[in-house]
Design a binder for this molecule. Structure first.
Ligand code: CBF
Length: 834
């Protein structure tokens, strides 16, 4: 830079370079400037929304200064970078997080209060960036927070949906979906980069031609063009000036349109087709752990992958390095199979556009990509119809066939004559219609494949990807247990607990090094500390109680045990089993004498979560929960002994209120079905104990915090197949306690019993009970009893809770990112200060 830019320009620049506000007064100056100029308002019409917008503009300016420095440093140093490709980034709100990471929350709060605003109210004005469905998208958000915090040069690439996950309304007990247009007001947290828009092609045809040296080439041409416009979201690290980038693509009509039609006077038609382009990035598909083969979704995937790779390759080419160094400079992580077309696209760029030989290109491709699998559920594994890909992306289909051919030739050489193996591992499934198995393509195109918790990583090796372990050997498969960022999920969500911990540990270093929590263990038996600890829990429960009251009108007693299950509604996550156990409890209470009733532990059973709009069974479960709430909450005889609440529209910012308030939370998937879970980690980190199955990350949580501090129950993953098999042959009786619950539902106590008949018949009445609700019911009830018993002794409970928190260091997303960096990406941090 010094060599190209004249000294006088540099000096002038330095003189006027934007200073970062350091004091309350400087912040106030920036605030007023943004109200008056950016928003064109004034003292007289600056309402809360305007105040939020002005404050966020001021904070964003600070972020951008640091963002520029970071990007400049990375350009100069040219280190190896990681690009994290995820179709979902469930970011939630940005302002609070940015203030905390930049350490300006206090002064911003003081600054706005000088103008009569409360910072909490302004924070509430920000819509959630809800560009994800659940665990997978939130994991991506935690990971980019860690990448920034740990000073890794890493970018996220995703889609800028205009509509995030739908808003959930509960009407008459049923889920009703409403669109989430989150961009109504200007979004201070994004920077449009119209100048680097990229053209992405769809459809068209391929043509073969021979060059002067007799080499045969294929080109793809004649398709429709759509523009990909990037929007950059700065991602601040904590305790560092490093600010990484999340680049989200938005689809726009191509610059050219049909002039012939325009000149004929068909104005509307000439623009209509172009406008179709905008639909590509318009909405997030609201399915979690479920594959839906829609063409628009395939378009989204290719649009995002093509734009991202074009951007990555452009940046690499600027460095003028030879292609052979591509994977020394670039690692790309496929977050699930959604971005798998990137494997094909990079091969296409290298062979068709850059003229590399197939083998040389394929070596680069496979050493660049890593693939993370997030589920073993068969219904979630992507398989695209061959014809759909062939029509939309004709050249890509040819490349997929070639990749498959070379791969199968290799397998045939190593396992001669094993035709079954060839058909089992072929990327093309010879079904009717034929399908492209995206997970297989991802495995073949990557150098590492990882699962997201120990059990899950073992299961992928022994079940869905078993053949590939034989072909590639075990080294290609690894585990990186998920993690969560303690910045958002402790410091931001639970400031009181974070402060108390900091007081005990002598500062906030644990937020960068979560293993330091271990230092809390010595207070686990300290009764004064228990009091402080429980006091904070009580305050957090009061905060949640207020949210519940304002949303549903239900008053809950903060002395009751808060029992929470918030996550996507899925049969495998077994909210149905939970609500059945609540009904069982209600029946017990009703049958008890007034004296006996007094012995019951008071409980508030709290549920929350969205169902995919077309998922009938999940919607029935939501209806049942609400119907039970309507009966139980209005039963004067029961009063505060039991309340049942469904929190409408569960999202990241509600999770920040709900998580710190739990005494116990449910992570009760059928063993072997939940890849990891991450809310289990969030709850424990906030001092809530968990009741769970031996599944996903529950297993590692148990190992870390000790089995006395968790309530485990249920059959093990290794039993599941046998149990399902016995159900198929009708060798099962419904658990008698569950039968009582079914009887009361069938009696119509919770409204028309027909509403629930499919749900009940999927379990009882010779239903397959695929998720083993009946098999696990007895031990689930037993675990619930253990919870009640343990909660009765508040000191013992506090001791468990403190010990659990003290041992949660492993579950920081910083640890997970360091493992990816070292074992998969081979990248190094680039601290800003050297
Ligand atoms: O790995 C992150 C999460 O991903 C899922 O949500 C997914 O979408 N496949 C899994 O269901 C979770 O278990 C997992 O924690």
């Amino acid at each position: 830079i010094d060599a190209v830019i004249p000294l006088e320009h540099r000096n002038l620049w330095k003189k006027y370079a934007i200073g970062e506000f350091q004091t309350k007064e400087e912040f106030q100056g920036e605030f007023v400037r943004h109200v008056e100029t950016t928003l064109a308002r004034s003292l007289y019409n600056c309402d809360e929304l305007a105040a939020y917008q002005a404050a966020s503009q001021a904070i964003r300016d600070r972020l951008i200064v640091a963002w520029n420095k970071t990007q400049q440093k990375h350009t100069l140093r040219d280190p190896k970078r990681i690009y994290y490709l995820s179709l979902e980034f469930l970011m939630g709100r940005a302002m609070d997080n940015a203030m905390l990471n930049l350490n300006v929350k206090q002064l911003t709060g003081d600054g706005v209060s000088g103008f009569g605003f409360r910072l909490e109210d302004l924070i509430e004005k920000e819509p959630d960036a809800a560009l994800g469905n659940g665990g997978l998208g939130r994991l991506a958000a935690c990971f980019i927070d860690s990448l920034s915090t740990l000073n890794y040069p890493g970018w996220g690439y995703g889609l800028r949906y205009q509509y995030g996950i739908f808003k959930q309304k509960i009407i008459d007990g049923y889920q009703v979906e409403q669109p989430d247009y989150w961009l109504t007001f200007d979004n201070a947290w994004e920077i449009p980069r119209t100048e680097i828009a990229i053209d992405v092609m769809f459809y068209g045809y391929t043509r073969k031609f021979t060059d002067d040296e007799g080499k045969v080439h294929r080109i793809w041409e004649g398709g429709d063009l759509v523009q990909a416009v990037p929007y950059d979201f700065p991602v601040p690290g904590y305790g560092t000036e490093n600010v990484n980038n999340l680049r989200l693509w938005s689809s726009k009509p191509n610059r050219e349109f049909d002039f012939a039609k325009f000149n004929e006077g068909a104005y509307d038609q000439s623009v209509a087709e172009q406008q179709q382009a905008e639909t590509i990035s318009a909405v997030l598909y609201p399915n979690d752990n479920f594959y839906l083969g829609k063409e628009l979704r395939l378009k989204q995937q290719y649009f995002w992958v093509a734009a991202s790779l074009s951007d990555i390759v452009r940046r690499f080419k600027k460095s003028r390095r030879p292609w052979i160094e591509f994977s020394d400079q670039i690692a790309i992580q496929l977050n699930d199979t959604h971005p798998t077309l990137a494997v094909v696209e990079l091969q296409r760029i290298l062979v068709d556009r850059e003229g590399l030989d197939w083998d040389e290109a394929w070596e680069i491709v496979t050493s660049t990509f890593g693939y993370t699998n997030h589920t073993v559920l068969p219904e979630a594994l992507e398989k695209w119809q061959v014809d759909l890909i062939g029509n939309l992306l004709p050249r890509h289909l040819e490349i997929i066939y070639d990749i498959n051919l070379y791969f199968l030739q290799d397998v045939e050489k190593r396992f001669p004559g094993d035709h079954d193996l060839l058909s089992r591992v072929s990327i093309i499934e010879e079904s009717n219609p034929r399908q492209v198995r995206m997970a297989y393509l991802a495995i073949i195109g990557s150098h590492k494949v990882n699962g997201v918790a120990e059990l899950h990583s073992e299961l992928i090796k022994t079940t869905i990807f078993k053949d590939f372990v034989k072909i590639y050997n075990e080294d290609k498969f690894t585990n990186v247990t998920n993690g969560i960022t303690p910045r958002r999920w402790l410091h931001q969500a639970n400031p009181k607990l974070s402060k108390l911990i900091a007081e005990k540990l002598g500062g906030y270093d644990f937020l960068n090094n979560l293993g330091l929590l271990k230092g809390l263990e010595k207070y686990a038996n300290d009764k004064t500390f228990h009091k402080e600890w429980l006091e904070i829990k009580r305050a957090n429960k009061a905060r949640l109680a207020a949210l519940i009251k304002s949303q549903s009108g239900v008053e809950v007693d903060t002395n009751a045990l808060f029992d929470i299950q918030v996550k996507r509604i899925h049969e495998y996550k077994r909210q149905q089993m939970n609500i059945f156990s609540v009904i069982y409890r209600y029946l017990q209470l009703k049958a008890a004498s007034p004296e006996e009733r007094k012995k019951f532990q008071k409980r508030v059973s709290i549920f929350g979560g969205k169902s995919a709009p077309g998922y009938y069974m999940a919607k029935t479960i939501i209806k049942l929960i609400n119907a039970v709430g309507a009966v139980v909450n209005n039963d004067a005889e029961i009063g505060d002994l039991l309340k049942v609440v469904f929190i409408e529209d569960y999202n990241v910012s509600k999770a920040e209120i709900i998580t710190p308030a739990s005494d116990i939370s449910h992570h009760i998937s059928t063993a072997g079905t939940e890849a990891s879970g991450t809310s289990n980690m969030k709850f424990v980190l906030n001092g809530g104990l968990i009741i769970g199955t031996v599944d996903g990350a529950n297993i590692e949580i148990t190992r870390e915090i000790g089995e006395n501090n968790i309530f485990l129950f249920g059959h093990l993953a290794e039993d599941v197949e046998d149990l399902r098999h016995s159900h198929r042959f009708g060798h099962t009786e419904l658990n008698p306690d569950l039968q009582k619950v079914f009887d009361v539902i069938e009696s119509g106590l919770f409204g028309d019993a027909n509403i629930y008949s499919n749900l009940l018949n999927s379990i009882g009445n010779h239903g397959s009970d695929y998720y083993l609700v009946s098999d696990d019911f007895a031990s689930f009830l037993n675990a619930q009893q253990q919870v009640d018993k343990a909660y009765a002794d508040q000191d013992a409970w506090a001791q468990k809770s403190i010990t659990a928190v003290a041992n949660m260091g492993f579950f920081s997303s910083d640890r997970a990112i360091n493992e990816y960096a070292e074992n998969i990406w081979q990248i190094e941090p680039v601290p800003l200060d050297n």
